[in-house]
Design a protein around this ligand. Structure first.
Ligand code: 4AD
Ligand code: MG
Length: 431
């Protein structure tokens, strides 16, 4: 029996005969030689099919092999300095598992709508493949970061009775005799869990009925959300900074090849080391003023504002103390300046926008009740949340990192739609 291997492990078989199973990525040939670029999900390798080494039928079949046909190629692994990965496969047998029909995605340029309609196939392309490998690395790194510091993973529900991030972006759904909402954030549940476990995090899909068509908004996105009892804003920021440094470090260590495929400027990522700059909302407004931006003091920053502000810095930037009026109901106010929230947004460098939002939570029962009323939120649905302030209330803080925003930044992709396997936006529910 000839051993079978993945392309990533091909070096272990140098000089030996192996079988590789995969798909035709590309094919060229001249005369008696065919070069099949084979990909198997772990890598690509060039299979060289020489007419003298295989039967006539096999050679003829290979000559007519359409792109994305599936194969098992058996041959000898030969070192070749010119080959991608350093090896090629000198084929002596080719089994065609399935001959593909006309594959719609060809090496020529395609429009983005066409590629998005064919997202289920586009995932096979080198850049898309690289982005999703980096995405996986970011997820692994974030989880390693929290797991290694004894945070407990607590899964938040998807169906919820409450609005966490305002009522304008709620997806409502029928839930037997009542209504439920798709969760906008696991935060409220993490607050309850932090009082039971101390340090917790959740990682799951979150939903917002974003009616805007921007490069940064999805209707379904994934968030990693830690929450810690007895933490204040400063400790929360330290945690966010450590996590981001750790994630970028892990990608640099384990996904170099993918960053190269994406032509990412690695020096910019290598620069992401602590400490990150920390400025006040008021400082950020000053930067906008100096840049001549048309900005009304007291407003939240829009994407173009964030870009102008972040251009002044080469590392992720933490902006704190926004006007409480533009932030969510649960934010604790600064006792020194009660119109300011003890909140933080982390803005990625190079114009990739807000990747993290978080802060210290209001821990006083009466203040929170008043806040809910001001925001016209139904007290009834929040009784359980208010209980957290009735039974051993403590200062606590946390944050949420939007996974796709982080992937877009680290991969250097200008549009968020390429950072999730099957994106959901106002205009896209397919495939
Ligand atoms: O700033 P946000 O709204 O904060 C929260 O949801 C908090 N409850 C999190 C917490 O403290 N536990 O969202 C957090 C992050 C943003 O910084 C952004 O990166 C991302 O989630 N995000 C989106 N990503 C893609 N599409 C959208 N529509 C997003 N909305 C927010
Ligand atoms: Mg935010």
């Amino acid at each position: 029996m000839v051993p079978q291997t993945y392309i990533a492990d091909i070096a272990e078989f140098a000089g030996k005969r192996v079988t590789v199973a995969g798909w035709v990525y590309n094919k060229t040939g001249k005369g008696k030689l065919l070069f099949i670029m084979l990909r198997d999900g772990t890598g690509t390798i060039q299979a060289v099919v020489f007419k003298g080494n295989v039967s006539e039928e096999i050679f003829a079949a290979c000559e007519n092999l359409p792109q994305e046909s599936s194969l098992r190629v058996t041959g000898t692994v030969a070192a070749d300095a010119r080959a991608k990965g350093g090896y090629e496969l000198q084929a002596d047998d080719v089994e065609i598992v399935h001959s593909a029909a006309d594959y719609p995605i060809t090496p020529k340029e395609h429009g983005i709508d066409f590629l998005m309609d064919n997202r289920h196939l586009w995932l096979r392309s080198a850049k898309q493949h690289a982005i999703l490998k980096v995405r996986h690395e970011i997820i692994k790194a974030a989880r390693n970061f929290f797991d290694s510091q004894d945070f407990t993973l607590i899964d938040a529900p998807i169906f919820t009775p409450n609005a966490c991030e305002g009522t304008t972006t709620l997806f409502e759904t029928d839930y037997f005799d009542t209504k439920a909402y798709l969760t906008q954030s696991g935060q409220l549940y993490m607050e309850a869990a932090a009082m039971a476990f101390g340090k917790v995090y959740c990682f799951g899909p979150t939903f917002r009925a974003e009616k805007s068509k921007t490069r940064r908004h999805l209707t379904e996105f994934w968030m990693i959300e830690p929450e810690v009892a007895f933490y204040d804003l400063q400790q929360d920021m330290d945690l966010a900074e450590q996590m981001v440094e750790f994630i970028v470090g892990s990608v640099l260590e384990n996904r170099r090849d993918e960053l190269e495929v994406l032509e990412r400027d690695i020096a910019k990522l290598e620069n992401v080391s602590r400490p990150f700059p920390r400025i006040l909302y008021d400082d950020a407004v000053r930067i906008l003023r100096e840049a001549g931006a048309d900005f009304k003091d007291g407003d939240d920053f829009g994407a173009p504002d964030e870009t102008i502000i972040s251009e002044k810095f080469t590392k992720p930037l933490m902006i704190t103390h926004y006007p409480a009026a533009v932030k969510a109901f649960y934010m604790k106010r600064d006792p020194q300046r009660p119109d300011r929230a003890l909140c933080v947004d982390m803005i990625a460098p190079e114009g990739y926008g807000e990747i993290i939002g978080g802060g210290q939570r209001e821990d006083d029962l009466d203040v929170l009740v008043e806040r809910l009323q001001k925001h016209n939120l139904p007290l009834q649905a929040f009784q359980w949340y208010l209980d957290i302030r009735k039974y051993g209330s403590v200062p606590h803080a946390g944050f949420g990192m939007g996974l796709e925003r982080a992937v877009a930044w680290i991969c250097g992709r200008s549009h968020i739609r390429e950072t999730i396997p099957f994106p959901r936006t106002m205009y896209r529910l397919n495939p």
